[in-house]
Every structure is written in structure tokens, then in C-alpha cells.
Design a protein. Structure first.
Length: 128
């Protein structure tokens, strides 16, 4: 039989768990290793992320990229395209890419995650 005191304790524990889990709400991963041969761009460099190509610009292909943003608990919002785009930008910047083009997204729930947003595309270096 659940008493009022036990009920309050249970709610308190759930609130503490939900609050503490906010410290690490998402986990990210990428197919690009830190040992990529290209020179990283400065953190202030803006990296373009597009679902289409760049028909009006010339570029050199650097390589395929895929990233994943996963929520760690049921209490957090589902990962968004914007979060995936930010991971794409950071990763592309780390290998000297100015843009990620032809980006495709996929989302859902996985076996080991409460929700995910995957994104894949092509890293390119814009030519002047």
C-alpha cells in the first residue's frame, strides 16, 4: 500500500532524476575522425549546410559525412534538424570543409536510444 509519504518520496526522486539528467541530454557522434588530413577552419568560420547542391559555385569534394544526435532519456525533447546541422557544421569545420551539401535526415527511436536524428551529406571546400 502506497502512503502519502511514499508517494511524495517517489515524486521527489523522479524530479531529481529528471533534473540531473539535463546535464547530458544528448549524445553526438560522427563518421569523421579527428585524424583527417585537412586543416581545421577557425571556430568563427561559418559552414553552410544545405539539403541541395551548390549549382552556382565550384567546389572540391572532401568526403562523405554522417552524424547522429541521440537523446539519452525519455524526459528530453526529440533531437532536431538544427541540432544535427550544428554537429555537421562543427565536424565539417574540423576537417576544413566550407559546406555540407546534399544533406539527408532520418529520425526515430532506436534500440539503445529514446530518439535520434541522423544526418548525412557531402563535405566540400569552396573554390574561389
Amino acid at each position: 500500500m502506497m502512503t502519502k509519504k511514499n508517494s511524495i518520496s517517489s515524486v521527489s526522486v523522479l524530479l531529481i532524476v529528471a533534473t540531473l539528467s539535463g546535464c547530458s541530454a544528448y549524445r553526438t557522434s560522427s563518421s569523421i575522425s579527428a585524424e583527417h588530413p585537412e586543416t581545421p577552419l577557425p571556430a568563427s568560420t561559418r559552414v553552410l549546410v544545405r539539403e541541395s547542391g551548390l549549382p552556382d559555385k565550384k567546389y572540391k569534394e572532401i568526403g562523405e559525412i554522417d552524424v547522429s544526435v541521440k537523446k539519452l532519456t525519455i524526459f528530453h525533447a526529440d533531437p532536431t534538424k538544427e541540432q544535427a546541422n550544428e554537429v555537421l557544421r562543427e565536424t565539417a569545420r574540423s576537417i576544413g570543409a566550407d559546406a555540407v551539401i546534399n544533406v539527408k535526415y532520418d529520425s526515430g527511436m532506436g534500440l539503445f536510444t529514446w530518439g535520434y536524428m541522423d544526418a548525412e551529406g557531402l563535405c566540400v571546400k569552396l573554390l574561389e
